[in-house]
Design a protein around this ligand. Structure first.
Ligand code: MLT
Ligand code: ZN
Length: 469
């Protein structure tokens, strides 16, 4: 690889080519420490042309390229393997907003732009870019699109792939696919951009996108609602969607245990309700300027739901500060599980109507498998996505619990499979779930994935070993 590395070094310059162990180390691992590899070098191209040149050289020399943007992924998709022969290709320097077309409700951005910066640019123009997730301050849009990120607003606005109108992609051989159109109607054959969204960099490298914008909400109502059980929560969701005329933008469900963990481990948090309850929904409504009518609607909805026994208690945020405090409870849940010791995680989805049944069955099964296991179920119930995590029994050692991971994954995923759900709702496949895919995905779908991979990347240089079983 010496000759190729000489060419890459000359092409990219000192800012764009890292080789020392110290410089490379941060790119070889992810935040949770679950995955770690060894990279030969890190390429940090400054623009699409440089990405194309890097891929041309690597394709000719069969050098594996692992694309990475914010490196906040949870399935090891952005981490190189242990061979020391792959390079990491960081998109962080492609960080320009190419333009915002307010009348067309679109923003054109490069892959390295931080998600929160896109939200901010949209807000400055009186618009909303609705993709929102806990990592938004550090994740970058290229990764969000390549993993088809989800987050909290999916029930209203869809997943990342639903927010894309146009895309620029560098193919394995260095050709650039320019599909950077801001069109809502374009029936000219295959929708090629969709092939790259959610492909985790295995079919091409996303370098830029045209994204959809929406009217910025003028009225927002956020409430934390105690509910008797998940069944009541899903009934409440249905009422909320109907009565608000589709103005529910987030509907998160959690069991009490997560709130306890947050209160115990995250400074500056407090319980907004006077009494303890088993289950909670965090609901956010948003609308245009209705002259305050959204608040009246929410109050009426909750009052009636309380009369009908669907709601036990509720706290409605009366200031932006209170709203932020409610969201902090929710957004700290992943962090707050860490001090409780090893956990076995599942990022699954089932039809919204099946959420209560899934929770009941999966909880009973896991508690029977490991008595004392502490189920921590929370997540985006409004779109059917549950983070079904299980903390070890308090008196178990981490390693003993982790030894049960495969068995517990199979049990939970088995239930998901029976309900025609997904074993990766929003975090992707990466390496974590690659080998489980054939058990839960249609064999014809797996065959077609392999066909696509071979067609788009015949030399297998794009994120080799990820996603495709
Ligand atoms: C969340 O919704 O908080 C995350 O997707 C869960 C996670 O980080 O595991
Ligand atoms: Zn999530």
């Amino acid at each position: 690889m010496t000759a190729e590395f000489d060419r890459l070094r000359a092409l990219l310059g000192p800012k764009g080519w890292l080789e020392t162990d110290a410089d490379i180390a941060p790119y070889e691992k992810e935040e949770r420490g679950l995955f770690k590899g060894k990279a030969a070098a890190v390429a940090r191209p400054a623009d699409t042309n440089e990405v194309a040149e890097v891929l041309k050289i690597c394709n000719a020399a069969r050098i594996g390229v692992v694309p990475q943007s914010g490196n906040t992924g949870l399935v090891g998709g952005g981490v190189p393997d242990a061979s020391g022969r792959q390079i990491v290709l960081s998109l962080a320097r492609l960080d320009r907003v190419r333009g915002l077309d307010a009348a067309n409700d679109t923003i054109s951005v490069e892959a390295g732009v931080i998600l929160a910066d896109i939200q901010k640019r949209a807000a400055e123009a009186g618009r909303l870019f609705p993709l929102s997730l806990a990592a938004e301050g550090t994740c970058r849009i290229g990764g969000n699109l390549s993993t088809n990120a989800g987050g909290i607003n999916v029930l209203r606005y869809g997943m990342a792939r639903d927010l894309v109108l146009g895309l620029e992609v560098v193919l394995a051989d260095g050709r650039v696919l320019d599909a950077m159109k801001g069109l809502r109607k374009d029936n000219t054959g295959y929708d090629l951009k969709q092939i790259f969204l959610g492909a985790e960099g295995t079919l091409g490298i996303v370098t830029a996108a045209v994204l959809k914008l929406f009217p910025a909400p003028r009225e927002i109502e956020t409430c934390l609602v105690a509910v008797p059980d998940p069944k009541a929560a899903i009934e409440l969701l249905g009422r909320a969607k109907n009565e608000s005329g589709g103005n529910v933008q987030a509907f998160e469900l959690t069991q009490r245990r997560l709130i306890d963990y947050v209160l115990a481990h995250i400074p500056g948090t407090s319980d907004p309700l006077a009494e303890r309850h088993d289950w909670y929904a965090l609901i956010e409504f948003a609308s245009g300027d209705l002259g305050g009518a959204l608040k009246t609607m929410v109050e009426r909805l909750l009052e009636r739901a309380m009369e009908d026994g669907l709601v036990l208690d509720a706290a409605i945020a009366s200031s932006e500060q209170q709203r932020k405090a409610l969201w902090k409870l929710r957004e700290s849940m992943t962090e707050a599980q860490k001090p409780e010791g090893a956990s076995i995680k599942h990022d699954v989805s089932v039809p919204v109507s099946s959420v209560p049944e899934f929770l009941a069955e999966a909880t009973a099964l896991c508690e029977a498998m490991v008595p004392g296991a502490r189920v921590c179920a929370f997540g985006h119930a409004g779109d059917g996505n549950i983070h079904f995590n299980i903390s070890r029994p308090t008196d178990w050692r981490d390693a003993d619990f982790q030894a049960r991971r495969k068995e517990m994954n199979a049990a939970v995923h088995g239930i998901v499979g029976r309900m025609r759900g997904s074993i990766s709702a929003e975090h992707g496949v990466g390496i974590l779930k690659r080998d489980d895919l054939p058990k839960y995905k249609d064999p014809t779908a797996i065959e077609l994935m392999r066909t696509l991979k071979a067609a788009f990347d015949p030399n297998n240089i794009l994120n080799p070993g990820k996603v495709v079983p």
